[in-house]
Design a protein around this ligand. Structure first.
Ligand SMILES: C[S@@+](CC[C@H](N)C(=O)[O-])C[C@H]1O[C@@H](n2cnc3c(N)ncnc32)[C@H](O)[C@@H]1O
Length: 239
């Protein structure tokens, strides 16, 4: 993404949320050079077989946005609208960029009459300063009513999940994708969609997940799609 232009977010038809996204993506772009330099020694792996997350310094990412691409956000927003997804889960909030797309869908899917079920995004983040910033960003976008931020290690907080899920975005650290998926798997509705970012750059850390969801005997169909950047797109096809 070379620069931030308003057309990147126009599918949302929400000037308030779009302005917050533009501000956050500009801040993320400013970090682009630092992130690129950090990954430069591993460029061959990144563009080839992928990096093993275990070799990464997690502390480097403590103040990094590392968001989904706007094209992935638009795709997930439209997918959530198509599913009429009311129960959405996200692993990895960071500063709330992807959460804004999901929360906007939850808002639109809520309907206007009071008896209709409200849409909600549960999102998980273990760094308190990121969770606090995400809250402020979602409030600024006018979408915080549609979000619960579960602060803490998702491997613990998600043990309390008691909601049937329509759509899931797994975008926390890559080596946790499969353990988190197994934790939430009993809560997936038939037809549920699961999306995973960074599936190419960090493939070695997600091979366990890919092997599982690409084996149809486990009840899923799955492939990598490319809304400007690789996204593993999985559908639960059997109860
Ligand atoms: C790639 S960033 C998420 C980006 C975000 N989805 C977006 O598009 O703006 C990954 C985030 O997951 C968080 N995270 C990693 N492991 C976690 C865990 N075990 N529990 C909760 N959050 C975690 C990190 O602190 C980081 O903020």
């Amino acid at each position: 993404m070379p620069k931030v232009t308003p057309d990147l977010f126009e599918v949302l038809h929400d000037p308030q949320a779009e302005a917050v996204l533009a501000r956050l993506y500009r801040a993320a772009l400013k970090q682009g050079r630092t992130v690129m330099l950090h990954l430069l020694p591993k460029a061959f792996q990144l563009l080839g077989k992928g990096i093993d997350w275990k070799t990464e310094d997690e502390a480097f990412y403590d103040d990094k946005y590392i968001p989904i691409h706007p094209a992935q956000g638009s795709f997930l927003y439209m997918q959530a609208r198509a599913l009429n997804a009311k129960n959405i889960l996200e692993f990895g909030t960071s500063y709330g960029i992807s959460t804004i797309y999901l929360a906007k869908a939850a808002q639109e899917n809520s309907g206007s009459s009071p008896e209709q079920v409200r849409g909600k995004v549960i999102t998980t983040e273990y760094l308190p300063h990121k969770a606090a910033a995400a809250r402020r960003n979602l409030e600024a976008a006018g979408l915080f009513d549609y979000v619960d931020i579960w602060e803490g290690d998702a491997r613990e907080t998600l043990k309390n999940l008691d909601t049937e899920l329509d759509l899931v975005l797994l975008d926390g650290w890559p080596d946790l994708v499969f353990p988190i998926f197994k934790l939430i798997e009993p809560h997936l509705k038939p037809g549920a969609v699961i999306a995973v970012d960074d599936v190419e750059g960090f493939k070695p850390s997600m091979q366990d997940y890919l092997d599982y969801v690409r084996n149809p005997t486990n009840g899923y169909i799955s492939t990598t799609i490319h809304p400007k950047k690789g996204l593993e797109f999985t559908v639960k096809i059997r109860p």
